[in-house]
Design a protein around this ligand. Structure first.
Ligand code: FES
Length: 507
């Protein structure tokens, strides 16, 4: 790994206070219970509380520290090539509703920041989708045209504020960037001021969709509520087999201070080079913090340190002289038709709802989900409710290849990983501070040796649906390649859809 003077953590988590909400230890009741306290869950809870509902939020870890604490925090309706893709796959009305709903989310966030006076480094900047390959500029012109016909004031531009040449870009003015944790912690405070109750370190393990619904937690305490919202990034209660339509990818971020006069003044993304995204944020001494993300890959990949090197190299080549001070990783879920799944949890659900599949656009998506779900729960409908309805079927044959590709990938891991030789022959072969899958007494075990050499031995079988986990040596986590569950070196769930820890094993 290159010398980077890294802190190893998310800038958003380092620069906002921690939280210490209590776990839920006794049975309770509410109008609605929201599972998951990232941007989708907290936005939904906040909207419901503002609509006069009593709300309980259950978070398995700490609020706004999961995916929402590791995002790039761009709030925009320009989602790479989404308008053109939607226009081609679902028609002009779908593209129009998508653009409208995402714009509504950006403006709604601006309104909330203003109304609550939230100090969250809110900045209005343009968003760009760019390409450097001149043979692909037709794609940019098509997106600019599709976005315009969908109602966005987008334009094709030959230049940007980036310090390197591009072949062209789609530009959408007046979008926003912010500090996601400062925003969400303020939202949580206001939620509580309106009677909402937040419980941390409280994992939901059971859902009874009766009338009323009942959520059971790991400790046995229950929440009885009229409505349940599953906003756990990847849904933990998946009664519509949404996992068959959701692929997972991880992405890396590196950050470095730059002088204010080198700020490229915008939020940029290109799908080239396995994705590169650039934005800045206010930093110390009047400088800006350059945040570069990219290197999209499947959870469980073995080469995360090398990918961090690639991203660091790219950042230092394109912004010469920088020293990386922070790095972190995020995880996104991608629906096979690339439209988020927000609405009823399954076709027969009356009071259970889900919000998931935001791809890399969870900030506007999460705020949009809060508005949409609150409308459904309060017997209203937004014009774009059907667009995001999770019970929609794959709408055109165009999406079938993505669906089949995802299933083939899962099957390849489920079967293929079992046929592959274990990564290490013996526990003694594993270096201290590293992990590998080892066969012990006929069972594949996930073995981590800590810095003192002590072995932490777990079942390598993911508790979601049984694929084999692999070790991420950059983040020291066990990751499942099938649907992205992540576990710490003691087996505790870091990220779902798994809700149960990896089983402990004795050597
Ligand atoms: Fe589904 Fe592991 S996350 S099997």
């Amino acid at each position: 790994m290159k010398e980077t003077r890294t802190t190893g953590g998310s800038y958003w988590i380092e620069t906002a206070p921690g939280t210490a909400y209590p776990p839920l230890n006794t049975d309770t009741e509410a109008d609605a219970v929201v599972l998951g306290a990232g941007i989708a869950g907290l936005s939904t809870a906040w909207e419901l509380a503002r609509a006069g509902r009593s709300v309980v939020v259950l978070e398995a870890g700490r609020i706004a520290r999961g995916v929402s604490g590791h995002t790039t925090a761009k709030l925009t309706a320009l989602h790479t090539f989404a308008c053109d893709r939607l226009l081609r796959t679902r028609g002009s009305e779908a593209a129009h509703l998508y653009a409208r709903s995402q714009t509504d989310a950006v403006e709604h966030a601006a309104h909330i920041v203003d109304e609550l006076g939230i100090d969250c480094d809110w900045e209005r900047v343009p968003a760009y989708t760019y390409l450097r390959d001149a043979s692909r500029t037709a794609e940019l012109r098509a997106e600019a045209e599709a976005a315009r016909s969908a109602g966005l004031p987008a334009e094709f531009v030959p230049e940007t504020g980036l310090p390197y040449a591009v072949a062209g870009a789609v530009r959408l003015a007046d979008q926003a960037q912010f500090h996601p944790r400062k925003y969400l912690l303020a939202l949580a405070d206001d939620l509580r001021a309106h009677g909402g109750r937040i419980y941390e370190h409280t994992t939901a393990v059971g859902l009874d969709e009766g009338e009323p619904c009942r959520v059971t937690t790991e400790t046995g305490a229950t929440v009885t509520a009229h409505d349940v919202v599953v906003a756990t990034h990847y849904p933990v209660f998946d009664r519509a087999l949404l996992f068959t339509r959701l692929a997972t990818h991880r992405e890396l971020a590196v950050a470095a201070p730059i002088p204010a006069d080198r700020d490229p003044q915008g939020m940029y993304i290109t799908p080239e080079l396995n994705t590169r995204s650039v934005r800045t944020a206010p930093y110390e001494d009047g400088r800006r913090l350059l945040i570069v993300t990219g290197e999209s890959f499947n959870p469980g990949a073995q080469d995360t340190p090398a990918r961090f090197d690639l991203l660091t190299d790219w950042a230092q080549q394109h912004f010469p002289g920088i020293t990386i001070t922070h790095r972190w990783a995020a995880q996104d879920t991608d629906p096979t038709d690339q439209v988020p799944l927000v609405g009823h949890l399954h076709a027969r659900a009356s009071h259970a709802y889900v919000a998931t599949g935001f791809g890399g656009w969870g900030m506007s998506g999460g705020i949009m989900a809060g508005r949409l779900l609150t409308a459904l729960i309060t017997d209203d409908r937004l014009p774009w409710s059907d667009l995001y309805d999770p019970t929609r079927i794959l709408s055109t044959v165009r999406q079938a290849p993505a669906f089949l590709h995802h299933q083939a990938n899962v099957a390849r891991h489920f079967v293929g990983d079992r046929l592959r030789p274990p990564q290490a022959k013996d526990v003694a072969d594993i270096e201290p501070g590293s992990g590998a899958v080892v066969r012990i007494d006929g069972e594949r075990c996930a073995v981590y040796r800590d810095e003192r050499g002590e072995a932490h031995v777990l079942s390598a079988r993911c508790t979601h649906l049984g694929c084999l986990v692999a070790f991420n040596s950059a983040e020291h986590t066990w990751e499942c390649p099938c649907h992205g569950s992540r576990f710490d070196t003691d087996g505790k769930v870091v990220q779902g859809p798994a809700t149960r820890p990896l089983g402990r094993r004795k050597v």
